[in-house]
Design a binder for this molecule. Structure first.
Ligand code: AMP
Length: 218
């Protein structure tokens, strides 16, 4: 067990952020805050936010900055995140969100931003066979004889093909990543908080690179 940390993880969809976040959250004993998981839960529970964002999410678009900033502000102000830190996955997605986050975290600023680098053709390949547990968010790769229904070995939840993991939505999300999220890399680079991690390799190899980068900064 290692003491807490305040981390952001960036990287294209399918770069392995979900897998690494589960491990990093156990390693640093911090909550894994995935805005995608939070929004999917809101959609499932039919909350006001869920109803408002469902269509945007299904088409692979981005939810508005003010909705996202309010959601994250509330979450990082809970006791676990204030005491131990967090790993933010899927947020910020735009420079506006990043600036808002800096403003709300001046008393407890980010330690490091990890950018998980994986080429676009490789993530396209990974995303088409990605399946995810609806309850705990664990990612799986579909085998040729995919079990149907598929039960998560970690928590017993349903393992499903995400509604936005279709070829059209995947391409839209990757294009949005280039246009909206890539400028974040420059934003965090200019403020000396960015570390690039080679995301190609086994989950163990990538995890070692990520923890070494965080240890060197915290
Ligand atoms: P993810 O699981 O991170 O790929 O997020 C799934 C979807 O949720 C995205 O395609 C967006 O529609 C929405 N979403 C998640 N996080 C954000 C964010 N920070 N800003 C805008 N939209 C978001």
């Amino acid at each position: 067990m290692t003491s807490g940390a305040r981390l952001v993880i960036l990287g294209r969809q399918g770069a392995g952020k979900g897998t690494q976040c589960v491990r990093l959250s156990r390693h640093f004993v911090v909550p894994h805050i995935s805005t995608g998981d939070m929004l999917r839960a809101a959609v499932r529970e039919d909350t006001e936010v869920g109803v408002a964002v469902k269509e945007i999410m299904d088409s692979g678009g981005l939810v508005g900055d003010s909705t996202m900033v309010a959601l994250v502000r509330k979450r990082v102000n809970l006791d676990d995140a204030r005491t131990r830190g967090y790993i933010l996955d899927g947020f910020p997605r735009t420079v506006v969100q990043a600036q808002a986050f800096d403003e709300m975290s001046t008393d407890q600023p980010l330690d490091v931003v990890l950018d998980l680098v994986v080429p676009r053709d490789l993530v396209l390949q990974r995303l088409s066979s990605r399946r995810v547990c609806r309850d705990c968010g664990t990612n799986f790769t579909a085998p040729a004889d995919e079990p149907r229904p598929w039960t998560c070995e970690n928590c017993g939840g349903d393992v499903v093909h995400r509604a936005d993991d279709t070829p059209d939505a995947i391409n839209r999300r990757l294009d949005l990543y280039e246009s909206q999220t890539a400028p974040l890399i420059e934003f965090y680079g200019l403020t000396g908080r960015l570390v690039e991690i080679d995301g190609v390799g086994s989950p163990d190899e990538v995890f070692l690179r990520a923890t070494s980068a965080v240890d060197a900064r915290c």
